[in-house]
Design a protein around this ligand. Structure first.
Ligand code: FES
Length: 319
């Protein structure tokens, strides 16, 4: 059974959000402009929170925290990819210490249009570790000078689809395909699956990153790791030979092409495991406002993937 689509921010500090002001809430039928209540949400009533609990003007909507800090380059992975760290304070760091977390980042004196999303690789105390690829003008700007002052806005949470599978799989067997910069997500995924007492095998290929940089940390977490030069030429075969009825969950961290190829391999092997995969949508605001991350579901509904948690195969992934 597929998990029910839901807003990743429901009942968080950011709920009700700006979308509730204009009848665009994903969860509450009243806050979509409908006359009757027909939600099946069993948490706190969003309508009650919005209208009666803490009446507010739209401009008072609970936006994310923005922190000014210094971006410290820890390691150059290749010509365009760096591992960086930033001190963001204990509270924000704790909020970011979960699978699928990401932030928006820009140079401190740049305009807001320069914000770009960056996934959280690891959290230690009040310090977050991230991997940044200098892909275009936004990401390149934070490296114009060493140890740039930056603004970090967060927490955002929907960097991985299928999170309910990760939360609910306990004492099970989990296989993961990790490609290129999908390694950024590998540590958080590993920590969560190990904390749930699962046995996990992560097969990692360097992909576009050109190198593998998480092996030791993954092994220290208690995950079995196989490194391969190419996921297509070797990695999928190493996973395929472990496909059995005992596998509970498949993880895919990397580009959408990796997700698609892994799904094809799984189906060709006669299995249809639950999957959790990284969300590679283009994100601009992260708040369900701008529409840059919008994708169509198989049922024809357009959803904003920065906010909506679902299974990857619920999307109309026309290839
Ligand atoms: S990133 Fe703007 S709506 Fe999702």
């Amino acid at each position: 059974m597929k998990p029910v689509m839901r807003c990743i921010d429901v009942n968080s500090q950011q709920c009700p959000c700006l979308l509730a002001d204009t009848n665009h809430c994903f969860m509450c039928s009243h806050l979509k402009g409908e006359a009757i209540c027909d939600c099946d949400w069993t948490g706190k009533c969003i309508l009650h929170e919005r209208n009666w609990q803490a009446p507010r003007k739209p401009s008072d909507a609970p936006c994310r925290r923005e922190v000014e800090t210094t971006l410290v380059t820890k390691r150059q992975v290749n010509d365009s990819v760096c591992i960086v760290e930033a001190e963001v304070g204990a509270e924000l760091a704790e909020q970011l210490d979960q699978v699928g977390s990401f932030i928006f980042l820009r140079q401190a004196d740049d305009p807001e249009m320069c914000n770009f999303p960056v996934g959280i690789m690891n959290v230690h105390g009040g310090t977050i570790t991230m991997v940044i690829e200098k892909l275009g003008p936004k990401s390149s700007r934070v490296f114009l000078q060493p140890n740039a002052r930056v603004l970090i806005r967060g927490p955002y949470r929907n960097g991985v689809f299928g999170q309910p599978w990760i939360d609910s799989t306990k004492y099970g067997t989990i296989l993961a395909a990790i490609g290129g910069l999908g390694q950024t997500n590998a540590l958080m995924l590993a920590r969560q699956v190990v904390a749930n007492n699962n046995t996990a095998l992560f097969v990692i290929a360097p992909g576009q990153a050109g190198t593998i940089f998480v092996t030791d940390e993954l092994r220290n977490l208690g995950v079995d790791v196989i490194t391969v030069p190419s996921m297509r030429r070797e990695g999928f075969a190493r996973l395929q030979e472990r496909f059995t009825d005992q596998v509970d969950l498949l993880l895919s961290a990397g580009p959408d092409d990796l997700h698609f190829a892994l799904i094809d391999v799984m189906h060709a092997s006669g299995y249809n495991y639950p999957m959790a995969v990284t969300n590679n949508a283009t994100m601009c605001c992260g708040e369900g406002i701008c529409g840059s991350c919008a994708k169509k579901t198989k049922s024809g509904e357009w959803i904003r993937t920065c906010k909506i948690q679902l299974d990857f195969d619920q999307l109309d992934n026309t290839r």
